[in-house]
Design a protein around this ligand. Structure first.
Ligand SMILES: CC(=O)SCCNC(=O)CCNC(=O)[C@H](O)C(C)(C)COP(=O)(O)OP(=O)(O)OC[C@H]1O[C@@H](n2cnc3c(N)ncnc32)[C@H](O)[C@@H]1OP(=O)(O)O
Ligand SMILES: O=C([O-])CC(=O)C(=O)O
Length: 440
């Protein structure tokens, strides 16, 4: 058994024993009440899931196994001195629950290099789609084609014992993460670079290799990819992509099927697709105003127009966060360091000064502050990655780290099939009249 798998098994055995005791002693404790409004309103505020890899604080933002983004930037191994964290290290932290050493991170890089082969039929499946297909559709089709390689599906068909589910799940997760940069880069080069592909570099780290295979050799772009892959990886368990992956996995659908389901959710404009929507919205604003350097007053008018048209301002608001997303701030810091005078990046900062008071004045929005998607596109455009329909694919490659580390835990902790109760409005009305006790 590989060393990381062995460590994971030890951690999972200990966690299983701890949770068993915890539930024996406290299993009947109430952790909340549910109102009628909540079940009609996206279950907001209901605690209903366990996800070990990260926890979101409405004020402070995300912490991965207790570590904030600035803390990760200080403590995770890097590819270059004083560089951005290697996402391999974050994956190790989320999976094992402890900070990795340099050696652990090199080990993960090597394992993923070794497992990164993508069979030809995956590329053929992508090639069968028209070139106009959205990159996220191509990506999910690629992942689905790769499902032929699932160890979990094969072992389950043979008749594996429940207590061993975690084992082929772990192998699928490592294989799938290892292969995603190749699939993503293939889609990018097929759709935007004349189908001229670039072979992986056997000496590069996971995110550096993604940049290389896409055709970006600038070291600071590779650093951006390392940061990007780290900060987008996880956002506790209830967001659409994490929840969908977990939900589908709870039916014992294998990691390929589960991850593909989650990424179909990430492809929605209120979730991960918002990163493309932000840049599209800014480009449209520039076109309408006839300038690539709009003033605050011009931005203000454009925001009001967007809202008056019944549309959301992309990149702003959040279901849980109530302050500026620290992932936005981390990208802002990157921008200040690497491209302080970039016009588009400066426009993103001007929008940040302009939008929150306008949204606040609507009186209904719970969080007027920017989320991660408000910033990411402008950094990518700076390096020449202007094809904004592709952005959510990068998000998806990163999100694999969190949702798939979680899937390992789901199977190792023996979580059951997820199946909450639903009701009809007629049943609600009968219940209100005291004629039906649907929740008893
Ligand atoms: C990685 C990520 O997924 S981060 C989120 C990315 N998504 C976006 O940036 C899209 C823009 N933002 C939004 O649509 C929302 O803020 C969401 C989906 C992120 C959160 O939704 P909710 O939790 O329902 O937000 P909230 O409770 O504050 O919504 C209240 C009202 O404000 C509106 N509102 C919320 N955000 C915005 C916004 N950015 N612009 C305009 N109106 C907004 C909602 O549409 C809702 O209006 P309604 O009552 O007329 O239906
Ligand atoms: O937490 C959420 O609902 C959305 C989000 O920011 C993410 O998934 O990264």
């Amino acid at each position: 058994m590989g060393i990381i798998k062995e460590r994971f098994k030890l951690k999972a055995d200990a966690a299983n024993a701890e949770i068993k005791d915890l539930l024996k002693e406290h299993g009947n404790k109430k952790i909340g009440e549910v109102t009628l409004a909540q079940i009609y309103q996206g279950m907001r505020g209901i605690t209903g899931l366990v996800s070990e890899t990260s926890l979101l604080d409405a004020q402070e933002g995300i912490r991965f196994r207790g570590y904030s983004i600035p803390e990760l930037q200080k403590s995770l191994p890097t590819a270059i001195p004083n560089g951005e964290p290697l996402p391999e290290g974050l994956f190790y932290l989320m999976l094992i629950g402890e900070l990795p050493t340099e050696e652990d991170v090199h080990h993960v890089t090597n394992v993923w290099q070794r497992r990164s082969h993508v069979p030809t039929h995956v590329f053929k499946a992508i090639d069968a789609l028209p070139i106009s297909t959205h990159p996220m559709t191509m990506f999910v089709v690629g992942v689905m084609a790769l499902q032929t390689e699932s160890d979990f599906a094969r072992e389950y068909a043979k008749g594996i014992s429940k207590k061993d589910y975690w084992n082929p799940t772990y192998d699928d997760v490592m294989d799938l993460i290892a292969r995603l940069p190749r699939i993503a880069a293939y889609i990018y080069r097929r759709k935007y670079k004349n189908n001229e592909h670039i072979q992986p570099d056997g000496l590069l780290d996971w995110a550096g290799n993604l940049a290389h295979m896409m055709g970006f050799e600038d070291e600071s772009f590779k650093e951006l990819m390392r940061l990007y892959m780290t900060i987008h990886a996880d956002h506790e368990g209830g967001n659409v992509s994490a929840h969908a992956t977990h939900l589908v996995g709870s039916a014992l659908s294998d990691p390929y099927l589960s991850y593909a389901a989650g990424m179909n959710g990430l492809a929605g404009p209120l979730h991960g697709l918002a990163n493309q929507e932000v840049i599209k919205w800014i480009f449209e604003m520039q076109k309408e105003l006839g300038t690539d350097n709009p003033s605050k007053e011009q931005i203000e008018d454009y925001v009001k127009k967007t809202i008056a048209a019944g549309k959301v301002v992309p990149g702003y608001g959040h279901a849980v966060l109530r302050k500026t997303d620290p992932r936005f701030t981390a990208q802002m810091e990157f921008g200040k360091k690497h491209m302080p005078d970039d016009k588009l990046v400066n426009t993103v900062w001007k929008i940040y000064e302009t939008v929150p008071p306008i949204l606040q004045s609507l009186g209904k929005i719970k969080n007027p502050w920017p989320n991660v998607d408000a910033h990411s596109g402008a950094l990518l455009v700076h390096y020449g990655l202007v094809e904004y329909e592709f952005y959510t694919v990068l998000f998806a490659v990163s999100r694999a780290l969190g949702v798939l580390a979680n899937l390992c835990w789901d199977r190792a902790l023996g979580f059951p099939i997820e199946r909450p109760k639903s009701v009809t409005t007629s049943a609600v009305k009968r219940w209100l009249k005291g004629e039906d006790e649907i929740w008893e």
